[in-house]
Design a protein around this ligand. Structure first.
Ligand code: ATP
Length: 364
C-alpha cells in the first residue's frame, strides 16, 4: 500500500509528501517534501515569512493541509480533510517564548504532561530530566527565578518528559543573546542526540541551525531551495539564493578561461573542480571571508572599509581598486584602521560560481 513504509523506509520517522498550506487564498507552503530519519535533527531555515512556522504547525497538527500528506511512524496523520489532532500525535514542542507556566515550579512544569504517573514517579522523572539538562537541584524554583537559557532548558525537559520520539522546536533561542543561542544550540543538540530523540527545528538564524542540525532545508517562498548538510550548504550551495543566505561573502565578476580556472577581478583563481560551461562564460564567483587572506607583499591591494572585531579575528570590508567590495577575515592582531592599504592573497579552492543572467548562456 502506498502509505505503508517499505522495509527500507523503517528508519523514516516523519515524511512530508508534497504538502501545500494556504492562508485564505494565499499558498504559503507549495509542494514541499522531506523525510526525517529516526534520531536525526533537521532544521528548516529561511527568511521571515517563507513558511517555516506553517510547516512546523502542520507537522504538529495545528495547520490543515490543502494538498499532499504527512506520514508519521508510517501512518498518514494529515491530508486534505484529515488532521489528526496534536494531542494524538505524541510529539513534544518547544517554543520561542519558553511557554512555561509562571505560577508552577520547575518540577510542576516538567511534570505537567505526566499526569498518568503518581506524584513520586513524576518527581523521579523530573529529577532525571533536570540531570539531563544540567539543572539538577533547581526543581523548586519558579520560572522567573531562572535565566532565559535555563528556562529554555526546562522547556526542553518538559517536552522530553513523556518520552516523545519527535520534538518540534520553533525558534527556541530567538529571545536569547547571540552567544548564548549558539551555546544552548550545541547543548540541546547533545541532549537530543544522547536521548535518541528526533527533532525538527525552525529558525531564521543560521548559527542556530548550524549548531543543532544534521540536515538543513533552506526555504524560500514556501519551497525548499536546498536540503543538505550544513557543510554542503556552505561549500556547495545549489543556487544564488542559498549562497547569499548561508554564510558571509560577496560575489565578484569573472570569466571562465579553462574548465577549472576563472579570470576574476582579483586575478586568476584555479578551483578544485571543472565547470561544464563554455570558455568565455561570464560568471559571478562567491568569495567567502576566509578565502581572502592578508599578504603584505602582494600586488593585489585593497583599502580597509568597515571592520568588525570578533575576538580571534577581524572581519574587514575591503575595497578593490575598481570599487568592488569583498570581505576578508584576518587574525585579530592585524588591526588596521579604515582607509589602510593592505595586500591580499586569495586562497579559494571551493569556487562557487553561477553564470551571470546577462552573460553568455552556459549549462552547468
Ligand atoms: N493565520 C494566518 N493568516 C494569514 N496569513 C498568515 C497566517 N499565518 C501566517 N501567514 C502568512 O503566511 C506566510 C508564512 O508565514 P510563516 O509564519 O509560516 O513564516 P515564517 O517563515 O515562519 O516566518 P517568521 O520567521 O517571520 O516566523 C507569511 O506571509 C504570513 O504572513
Amino acid at each position: 500500500m502506498e502509505n505503508k513504509p517499505s522495509n527500507n523506509d523503517e528508519e523514516i520517522l516523519l515524511e512530508l509528501r508534497r504538502i501545500e498550506c494556504r492562508h485564505e487564498d494565499n499558498a504559503v507552503v507549495k509542494g514541499l517534501s522531506f523525510r526525517v530519519r529516526r534520531g536525526n535533527l533537521v532544521c528548516l531555515l529561511g527568511p521571515s515569512g517563507c513558511g517555516k512556522t506553517t510547516v512546523l504547525r502542520s507537522i504538529a497538527g495545528f495547520q490543515p493541509l490543502n494538498a499532499g500528506e504527512i506520514v508519521l511512524r508510517g501512518e498518514v496523520v494529515s491530508r486534505p480533510g484529515l488532521t489528526v489532532p496534536p494531542e494524538q500525535r505524541g510529539l513534544g514542542m518547544v517554543f520561542q517564548d519558553y511557554a512555561l507556566f509562571p505560577h508552577l515550579t520547575v518540577y510542576d512544569n516538567i511534570g505537567f504532561g505526566l499526569r498518568k504517573l503518581d506524584k513520586a514517579q513524576r518527581r523521579h522523572r523530573a529529577d532525571e530530566l533536570l540531570e539531563i539538562v544540567d539543572l539538577a537541584g533547581l526543581g523548586a524554583r519558579y520560572p522567573h527565578e531562572l535565566s532565559g537559557g535555563q528556562q529554555q532548558r526546562v522547556s526542553l525537559a518538559r517536552a522530553m518528559a513523556p518520552r516523545p520520539e519527535l520534538i518540534l522546536l520553533d525558534e527556541p533561542f530567538s529571545s536569547l543573546d547571540v552567544d548564548l543561542r549558539e551555546r544552548l544550540g550545541v547543548q540541546m543538540h547533545d541532549i537530543l542526540k544522547s536521548q535518541g530523540i528526533t527533532a525538527v527545528l525552525v529558525t531564521h538564524d543560521q548559527r542556530e541551525a548550524f549548531a543543532m542540525a544534521d540536515q538543513i532545508g533552506v526555504m524560500r517562498n514556501g519551497r525548499v531551495a536546498q536540503w543538505d548538510t550544513p557543510y554542503n550548504l556552505y561549500h556547495e550551495p545549489a543556487d544564488r539564493f542559498v549562497a547569499d543566505f548561508i554564510g558571509q561573502g560577496r560575489f565578484i565578476s569573472a570569466t571562465l578561461v579553462a574548465p577549472d580556472t576563472l579570470k576574476t577581478e582579483v586575478g586568476l583563481i584555479k578551483g578544485d573542480r571543472a565547470y561544464g560551461w563554455e570558455p568565455g562564460t561570464e560568471v559571478d564567483v562567491l568569495l567567502r571571508p576566509d578565502d581572502v587572506q592578508p599578504d603584505p607583499e602582494s600586488e593585489l591591494r585593497a583599502t580597509v572599509g568597515k571592520k568588525a572585531f570578533n575576538g580571534p579575528q577581524i572581519l574587514y570590508t575591503l575595497r578593490l581598486a575598481n570599487g568592488t567590495e569583498i570581505l576578508g577575515l584576518f587574525p585579530s592582531h592585524m588591526d588596521y584602521p579604515p582607509g589602510t592599504d593592505v595586500g591580499l592573497f586569495i586562497d579559494a579552492q571551493h569556487l562557487i560560481a553561477f553564470p551571470r543572467p546577462d552573460g553568455t548562456p552556459g549549462t552547468p
